[in-house]
Design a protein around this ligand. Structure first.
Ligand SMILES: NC(=O)c1ccc[n+]([C@@H]2O[C@H](COP(=O)([O-])OP(=O)(O)OC[C@H]3O[C@@H](n4cnc5c(N)ncnc54)[C@H](OP(=O)(O)O)[C@@H]3O)[C@@H](O)[C@H]2O)c1
Length: 302
């Protein structure tokens, strides 16, 4: 079992107070969101995290998932595990399906069977990217690539097994791990100018903000599908400019088209999600993306 700082293994001796803590199984705990969830709950006296990544709990293995859930009897499972390499998903769609769809299904079965809540994370890539106004939760989906198809199948499995679940679609996520912000900071070390696409728009979302939203929803019975991204939107080129500005870098952004960039996989041009269900049903507000990236950089560059 994977142990991150401040988190106890269920096998370790627990005192009476700890016994009463609600257990949260976190899958994919080494990923960006998994780490942010750990930060969110650090020092919690109510929840005890049981951190797992593929080495400890392979979500594609239904028997392993069921046995683990039966042993832990969690209050909730927070599924931070996924196959997120968009290009590789095209070449390995079966593997992506096993992790993004079958994995979600297995966790959903285990959550239903043990009476646990399930938090599952999905993506803006379930949409076709041809929108002209921010997508809301009830808009028709139409994934254009393997990543989006497998993530949508995962959502559908979670709905199909009918347990108490929250599905949160997020986008342009960055946290502890490899991401666009880190790539830009690395390029700024060696380049005076970087070429970044201007014709894809979305809402950069910090994993910390998403973890805060998860912690908000988790104790509630406000189940269902949510869009969960930082407020505001920009193109990748504008995002890069803001990163350089905040980090005090002189690097110039040359804003180019996706065609000029020539990526192997077509990405949605329009990826803006409206957090409509959060706004309709809660008083939770995501931070504006400028503020969230500023907070993130203060932490990262410290
Ligand atoms: N990153 C984004 O821009 C973005 C955008 C929209 C939505 N999302 C969604 O947000 C969620 C969190 O993304 P993230 O960026 O935090 O992902 P991430 O950093 O790629 O982390 C995913 C974690 O899952 C693990 N994993 C892979 N296969 C597994 C398996 N079979 N069993 C258990 N764990 C497994 C990975 O381990 P390895 O590294 O060893 O494979 C990794 O530690 C995902 O659902 C993702 O689809 C992400």
């Amino acid at each position: 079992m994977l142990l991150l700082k401040g988190v106890k293994s269920p096998i370790q001796t627990q005192n009476a107070a700890e016994e009463k803590m609600k257990k949260l199984i976190v899958t994919g705990a080494n990923g960006q969101l998994g780490r942010a969830v750990n930060r969110q709950y650090a020092g919690s006296t109510e929840y005890e995290l049981v951190n797992t990544d593929v080495g400890e709990l392979d979500i594609t293995n239904v028997d392993q998932v069921m046995a683990f859930a039966r042993e832990i009897r969690p209050y909730a499972i927070i599924n931070c595990a996924a196959y997120t390499a968009v290009e590789k998903c095209e070449q390995e769609e079966d593997l992506a399906f096993r992790i993004n769809a079958v994995g979600a299904r297995n966790l959903s079965i285990a959550a239903s069977e043990t009476g646990a809540k399930l938090v599952h994370i999905s993506t803006d890539y379930v949409f076709d990217g041809n929108g002209t106004r921010p997508y809301i939760e009830t808009d028709p989906t139409g994934p254009q690539g393997a990543y989006g198809r497998t993530k949508l199948a995962g959502e559908n499995f979670v709905r199909e097994f009918g347990g108490r679940h929250f599905i949160i679609r997020t986008a342009w996520l960055y946290g502890e791990g490899q991401n666009f912000v880190k790539t830009m900071l690395r390029l700024a070390e060696t380049h005076d100018k970087v070429r970044v696409v201007r014709d894809q728009v979305g809402s950069p979302t910090s994993a910390a903000e998403l973890a805060r939203a998860i912690a908000y929803l988790l104790p509630t019975e406000n189940y269902g599908l949510f869009h969960g991204t930082c407020e505001g939107d920009c193109s990748w080129a504008q995002f890069a400019e803001e990163i350089f500005r905040l980090a005090g870098k002189k690097t110039i952004v040359e804003a180019i088209t996706s065609e000029e960039y020539g990526a192997a996989v077509k990405r949605p041009a329009y990826s803006i999600l409206e957090n409509y269900m959060f706004k309709m049903t809660t008083d939770f507000m995501f931070a504006d993306w400028h503020d969230a990236v500023s907070t993130y950089l203060k932490d990262t560059l410290r």
